[in-house]
Write a protein that binds this ligand. Structure first.
Ligand code: HEC
Length: 123
């Protein structure tokens, strides 16, 4: 049942995503293999890090030198999503563990974040 609901959500997402991806930035075209990661990022991370990863009043930009793989490797992303992080670089306060997050979901989210960082020429 849960899988079925996920399937429906995913379908709805794919349907809506073409317009969304276009509205995000001029010409942003996210390859299909990152669609699930994008969906999960939007659902779980964008409220603080921003849809376009430039940050919000609740969290820092992930398009920032700090968050290049050379500074924050993939393991630190898994840790952040699964366990949260104590504020240390910014003044936004601690990042709480993301509710309902699993290693499996992070496995989709992290490659999407890395793809997006490269797309935006962060590294
Ligand atoms: C409730 C707001 C909030 C949400 C939701 C959130 N974050 Fe964060 N995140 C923060 C804040 C605030 C920091 C900055 C902590 C600091 O001062 O270094 C942060 C830091 C991070 C870091 C840096 C970790 C480190 O070791 O310094 C990563 C990576 C990250 N977030 C990824 C994610 C991902 C991926 C998601 C979704 C699964 C997510 N965040 C959801 C608020 C949030």
């Amino acid at each position: 049942m849960k899988n079925f609901i996920n399937f429906l959500l995913f379908g709805a997402y794919l349907f809506g995503s073409m317009g969304l991806a276009q509205s995000l930035q001029e010409e942003v075209d996210i390859p299909f293999r990152y669609a699930k990661g994008m969906f999960l990022f939007e659902k779980n991370c964008s409220s603080c890090h921003g849809l376009d990863m430039t940050g919000t009043d609740k969290g820092p930009p992930l398009l920032h030198d700090f968050y290049k793989p050379s500074h924050h490797d993939d393991a630190s992303f898994y840790r952040a999503g699964l366990q949260g992080v104590k504020a240390h670089h910014w003044q936004f306060g601690d990042m709480p563990a993301v509710e309902g997050m699993t290693a499996r979901k992070m496995k989709s989210i992290v490659p999407y974040v890395r793809y997006y960082q490269q797309l935006q020429k962060l590294y």
